[in-house]
Design a protein. Sequence first.
Lengths: 498, 491
Amino acid sequence: MMSTSTLPSYDDVVSRYEPVIGLETHVELGTRTKMFCGCSTEFGGEPNTQVCPVCLGLPGSLPVANAAAIEATIRIGLALNCTIAEWCRFARKNYFYPDMPKNFQTSQYDEPLCENGYLDVEVNGETVRIEIERVHLEEDTGKSLHVGGATGRIHGATESLVDYNRAGIPLVEIVTKPVPGTGVLAPEVARAYVTELRDVIRSLGVSDVRMEQGSLRCDVNLSLNKPGEEWGTRSETKNVNSLRSVERSVRSEMLRQASVLDAGGSILQETRHFHEDTGETTSGRSKETATDYRYFPEPDLTPMAPDPAWVAELKAALPELPRVRRLRLQADWGISDFEMASVVNAGAVELIEATIAAGGSSEAARKWWLGELSRRANESGVELGELAITPAQVAELQSLVDGGKITDKIARTVIEAVLAGEGDPAAIVSARGLEVVSDTGALTAAVDEAIAANPDVAEKIRGGNHAAAGVLIGAVMKATKGQADAKTVRELVIARLS
Amino acid sequence: MTDVTNLTAAELAGVIASGEASAAEVAEAFLGRIEAEDGAINAFLHVDAEGARAAARAVDEARAAGRELGPLAGVPVAVKDIMTTKGVPTTAASKMLEGWKPPYDATVVERLKAAGTVMLGKTNMDEFAMGSSTEYSAYGPTRNPWDLSRIPGGSSGGSSAAVASRMAPLSLGTDTGGSIRQPGAVTGTVGAKPTYGGTSRYGLIAFSSSLDTPGPFARNVLDAALLHEVIAGHDRRDSTSIPQPVPPVVAAARQGATGDLTGMRVGVVREFDEAEGAEPGVIAAYKQAVETLGKLGAEVVELSCPHFPYALPAYYLIAPSECSSNLARFDGVRYGVRTGDDGHNSLEEVMALTREAGFGPEVKRRIILGTYALSAGYVDEYYGKAQKVKTLITRDFTAAFEQVDVLVSPTTPFTAFEIGSRTEDPVQMYLADLYTIPSNLYGGPAISVPCGLSDGLPVGLQIMAPTMRDDLMYRVGAAFETTQTPLVPQR
Ligand SMILES: [Zn+2]
């Protein structure tokens, strides 16, 4: 954080500069097999166990395109409102790197499978339309581990190890057009876009889109310009591995570029690396010696020519997309934009929907998931959906409260027990004897005991001081281990002493 | 029993099937011939004697068990070293792959094995199939059995020399710009390039992916057709493989052997006749051949293919462009040789040093040409324009085949030249493929059939046919063959 003191404030930056953002996202498809061979795409296997002559690029091997990957890419394109090419080809992107078995990547160049789409995202209750330039299909590279250098990068390494399990996994690249005009909201817009894109792809069931596992990867392009001037030179930030980092990297790049420009410097067109720990970017390889990828059509593969009728079928069969669904649910639940935004931000849409499906009311479902359960998720540092409680259990819990079997307070104890793996709410209530004491005989006895133990207080109540009843109620609650309904106890106390 | 190495493949299959000779005896005879001859010729980079003996034994056992044998069961075949052979060294005649044993068989090799043929070994070639003389092998040139001071053609020169010198009755080569037909022509053997996509490229170490085509060498047209039929057919591992039935090439060769070409229309390309640089002896033998086709009943038609003169320059942009990308994988990281990994050089330096040491001069020349032709700012002017020429040449063929059934030409402008006489001037070497390249750019089949001698050296007649009409060239070739005395070198 040594440079913090020289950085201008964020508000100052956005008052003097306009940011233009652009996002390049890579999504690993969840197809069973790789893009051009039959190897498994399973994550986490022993290094170099999911390989064959094709994905190792052995001499003589040839690719055969995975039809499921092509279909998934078209579905992503359709969900992003793109035009689907009626005829297009793969292309070879030529460059030398040891994690690329053939020293070229089979990708697409000037004939992407899908182009000219858009994705609407909600930021602060406003809809921002992000234009999509292209969606294309390519193969992933292997993973390198460079040992012995100071930086962990290829330069200066004494040894490099390569795992080709990932090589050849189908990868979809989604590139936005430059997005100007987001101003102060640029970081939030970037995050909202990646979030929305992730949700759209997840709803299609074509990838698990997990940023922490690298199945969703994001490069953030950013430039600044003074109002009324041309767009500035952009930097491309890589290694942005979480939604939070998307937002932070935009903000930090805005601050850095502003400080460079303020000092009369110019922005280099370069690749930068984001660091989670410092929240800052550092310079990577400069693109000044721009690599010439020598693209040409892949001669080992035949062109893709998706039948328009089939594409129309795929379009008709798309699932309800997250934004449409959110608007529908908001109307169904009868809640405000603000309330819906908190549901979305908490990642509770599906959970609430499922809780309602299991019989809970929408109010109760929102109350539990946004209240007690969000608090516990925060405390344990996990996502809401990762808590060890199911929507059905939440619905069951609420029905116990609604039926007067337990109090709201006891419900929290029950949640703790569910999270601890003790079983379903009803079973926990009965096993632990947490049910509300509604037997008036037992309660009357407890009230009488309390009166006998506190004659002075009883006298005050008899004298009309009903406020003093609290002491007796407390004693009864203690005696019933909190399982009595406080209101009922109060009525009983006053009736006995009138 | 006479020396079985004199027999044709069809005859060999016959004597093995009848029990007149065992597959094991046949294999031993050819292994013996290799032992005796190959010291002088250098057609083989690797002789797999043990593998051949085991394959021959398996055929003999199958026969003894009464199992049905395929039409080439027990017949030995030599395989160009550009095809992967499981567990058997495969180098593409490059230092780069010295000692590499592929973990898998090429589809054509798999089909050879399934047919019960006996693989004798791997044949010499120009490194990575780049050349027309086999002088660019990293393991020394192959010599032409007709004259040991001369080249056997290339790039499949080991395969042509092996068949010409009776070290193998059959062999496989690959043809990218003429690499089967030209060696066939200069060694007096039959060499056929099937339709592109008619034979699988899976397991062929790629030179130019859009042109590479594996095909057969034999000492006569029927034998070539028999081998063609064994290796051809759709392969789902090669996306460019054509999902159609194999044209009936064996039946066509048998039909042609009746010597009757009545009703056949044979086209003569005016632009080829006007091309310069062909030797008078080659032209004379070719003219004689055209006359003969007329005598067999064919109608000879002169026609124009106006874009043929651009084929050679277009080829020398497309093939190097693709090779510059295809050969990028040879970097010493995963297989083959590695140079300079001494703990001081960086990974990138090791990759560069490996390529510097591993590739020969012609391969480097073509990689540089191709890298240049694909560079930003040049790609449209070079690679892009060459692709347009390819389209125009295809149109020339399509138009020609509306008038005629096949086209004919000399296979190559000159007979086998002296070793070393053209290596100083690459363009002189490239001219060897003048007549053969148009078929590669079009993708159609073409065959070279011996058509006599010029100054004691073989000349080839090329017959070109429409895509997936490989049968037509076999029919014409077989008919023409009935008029020729078999060419046998004095070894
Ligand atoms: Zn694989």
